[in-house]
Design a protein around this ligand. Structure first.
Ligand code: JB2
Length: 220
């Protein structure tokens, strides 16, 4: 009989996003043994009953104790990506948190460390990049590409063949029309309707969405 690894997991980050993630992970089957949280604020406390154990510097000892999986539950895209790299480098497997109340096409591709919240719908041949967040009730239509560590906020509607770059943020309730490209690190305001391509590192708001800032390309 194949040996099953213990499903012992640490959550990185203990804020609001972590609460949503903890409830999704608790609904997983088979269940995770969630040993605790590491957070930049190490004050002893619990988040929905899960203890904050200390800072990120605790991760190597947790790994040595046999905790083999992690979920980086930080909403800020760049920080989530950075912490995911360091956590993975310590030997943790970055797992997904997929709500049982989300709808996933069998032909969608999911990366690692992905969060998909309740009511989200991922349609055929969508490609959901590592560390991305598809938040509550967001609709991702066919052939959409969501880049690494992007965040599609609650209630967004992303039409077919849209491409969303790494670390892009699509605000609550925004709509993106078919075939549009949104560049890396772009920000789309809440309830915007995007009808033209949006360049990298650009902020666009409104209906139709208009660019309000464009940060020149520099070192990341
Ligand atoms: O380097 C860090 C670090 N920096 C901040 N390492 C670790 N392990 N934790 C870190 N943090 C912690 O992230 C803070 O101490 C704090 O506990 C947490 C951020 O909590 P907050 O509630 O401010 O944000 P969030 O990332 O949990 O949630 C945001 O993103 C979600 C997607 C909010 O905007 C939510 O409303 C949103 N739904």
């Amino acid at each position: 009989m194949a040996e099953t690894l213990p499903r012992r997991l640490v959550v990185v980050g203990g804020g609001g996003h972590a609460k949503v993630i903890l409830e999704i992970l608790r609904a997983a089957s088979p269940p995770w043994d969630i040993v605790g949280i590491v957070d930049a604020d190490p004050d002893p406390r619990s988040v929905l009953g899960v203890p904050v154990l200390g800072r990120d510097s605790l991760l190597p000892s947790l790994r040595a104790e046999g905790v083999n999986a992690a979920f980086v539950a930080i909403g800020e895209n760049e920080l989530r990506q950075k912490l995911a790299i360091s956590t993975q480098d310590l030997g943790f497997e970055l797992v997904n948190a997929i709500s049982p109340a989300a709808t996933l096409s069998p032909s969608a591709r999911l990366g690692r460390g992905v969060a998909i919240m309740a009511g989200a719908v991922i349609n055929a041949a969508a490609d959901i990049g590592d560390l991305s967040i598809i938040n509550t009730g967001a609709l991702i239509d066919h052939d959409v590409q969501v880049g690494e560590a992007a965040h599609i906020a609650p209630g967004c509607a992303i039409a077919g063949n849209v491409a969303i770059g790494e670390r892009a943020f699509i605000g609550v309730g925004a709509t993106v029309l078919p075939g549009i490209s949104i560049g890396e690190d772009a920000m789309i305001g809440a309830a915007a309707c995007v009808i033209h391509d949006i360049a990298a590192r650009t902020t666009a708001v409104g209906v139709p969405a208009r660019v309000i800032s464009n940060v020149p390309k520099g070192p990341r």
